[in-house]
Design a protein around this ligand. Structure first.
Ligand code: PGA
Length: 249
């Protein structure tokens, strides 16, 4: 794995009052001092903090994204919904789609619509895929990944603005991570599925699920793993920075 061109995404989920963004200053400072200027750092806070974080990071390499979006491109009477245009106007450049915590209420077809909508507005997509524990136990991982990726990419011509985040659902927030051999196989399978669907296109796969500054050393052994989607550990600036340091040293 190349160590100087990685993606680190902080997924704050439903956390972060206004004063929480002071932690972003630490990341900005760290990045200024760091010799490595090629990593991509993306904060995905709740919608309510997108524009304040954007404001804070405007002179740094940090980008901002949302955690979900409506599939509807046009403005309208949809109380409580946020679409790609609103995310863009708040300063978001990325959006997470299909996170396992929302897949319970969303199906693959809806996820495909959301990807179309995001790409149309030139948002970059972080597409989450991954199996449940039951699916893993029943040897269904490959077929689940195949289904999720195939439907998500339906009628999407170019995938250069999609980051694939492999997040086994059983690894999210549990402190458990897959065995290296298992992860290696799943990354290989994901590559095969994507390459078959979209020949000769460039894309990146990252890993998410209980990433911390300790297990990152094990995780980074995987070829083709280009970064991390980090939930709870990203809420502390110190832990987030530690993960970046350890992955890129
Ligand atoms: P976690 O969350 O790091 O807290 O497991 C990852 C995610 O849900 O994206």
């Amino acid at each position: 794995m190349t160590n100087n061109n990685m993606i680190f995404i902080a997924n704050w989920k439903m956390n972060g009052e206004k004063n929480h963004i002071s932690g972003v200053n630490k990341t900005i400072k760290f990045l200024k001092k760091s010799k490595n200027k090629k990593n991509q750092i993306i904060y995905c806070p709740p919608f309510t903090l997108i524009s304040s974080i954007k404001n804070k990071v405007k002179n740094s390499i940090i980008k901002v994204g949302a955690q979900n979006l409506s599939q509807l491109n046009d403005y309208g009477a949809f109380t409580g919904s946020i679409n790609s245009k609103l995310i863009k106007s708040a300063g978001g450049e990325y959006v997470i789609v299909g996170h396992s915590e929302v897949r319970n209420q969303e199906n693959d077809i809806l996820i495909n619509k959301k990807i179309h909508s995001a790409l149309k507005e030139k948002l970059k997509v972080i597409l989450c895929i991954g199996e449940t524990y039951k699916e893993k136990k029943n040897n269904k991982t490959l077929s689940v990944l195949k289904r999720q990726i195939t439907i998500a990419l339906k009628n999407i011509k170019k995938i250069n603005n999609i980051i694939f985040a492999y997040e086994p659902r059983w690894a999210i927030g549990t402190g458990k991570i897959p065995k290296t051999s298992e992860l290696r196989k799943n990354f290989e399978d994901i590559n095969n599925i994507i390459n078959k669907l979209k020949k000769n296109q460039k894309y990146k796969i990252i890993y998410g699920g209980s990433v911390n500054s300790k297990n990152v050393l094990e995780l980074k052994k995987i070829n083709d793993l280009k970064g991390f989607l980090i939930g709870s550990a990203s809420l502390s600036a110190k832990n987030f920075i530690d993960i970046i340091k350890k992955s890129t040293n």
